[in-house]
Design a protein around this ligand. Structure first.
Ligand code: GDP
Length: 137
């Protein structure tokens, strides 16, 4: 079993897509080990995306991610990191495969509905950013 961090981003929560996205997560066979609604501050978003600090879209991305409530989840499944990224689809919805969440729900490369960790080390950092060990028993 592997765990990954998923976020239903503010664009999707605002458009009342949290329910349909959680349904898709359950239909795909993930276990939801933890889940919480959060409204990140700009500083919280900057800390979460610190690896992207030098990217030209960093300011815009962190403004977007702190613009409204999001839902953070810890998903569990065999090969969960890859499995969740496959269900999400490509970062840019224009390039995402049919049937993926981003193809269906994203509005742009930035407002792309969901986040998923990209490697075991980032999953560990990102899960720890939002959840304590006690919440994951
Ligand atoms: P991910 O792992 O698929 O989420 O993609 P990245 O780690 O490359 O980027 C993190 C997030 O930054 C993406 O999910 C988008 O919300 C945003 N992003 C990525 N590329 C761009 C871009 O070229 N322009 C803008 N405005 N946002 C971007």
């Amino acid at each position: 079993m592997e765990r990954t961090l998923a976020i239903i981003k503010p664009d999707a929560v605002e458009r009342r897509l949290a329910g349909p996205i959680i349904q898709r997560i359950e239909d795909a066979g993930f276990g939801i080990r933890a889940m919480r609604r959060v409204h990140l501050s700009k500083k919280d978003a900057e800390g979460f995306y610190a690896v992207h600090r030098a990217r030209p879209f960093f300011a815009s991305l962190t403004r977007f991610m702190s613009s409204g409530p999001a839902v953070v989840l810890v998903l569990e499944a065999p090969d969960a990191i890859k499995k969740w990224r496959t269900l999400m689809g490509a970062t840019d919805p224009a390039k995402a495969d049919a049937g993926t969440l981003r193809k269906e729900f994203a509005q742009s490369i930035e407002r792309n509905a969901t986040h998923g960790s990209d490697a075991p080390e980032t999953a560990a950092y990102e899960i720890g950013y939002f959840f304590s060990g006690l919440e994951l028993i």
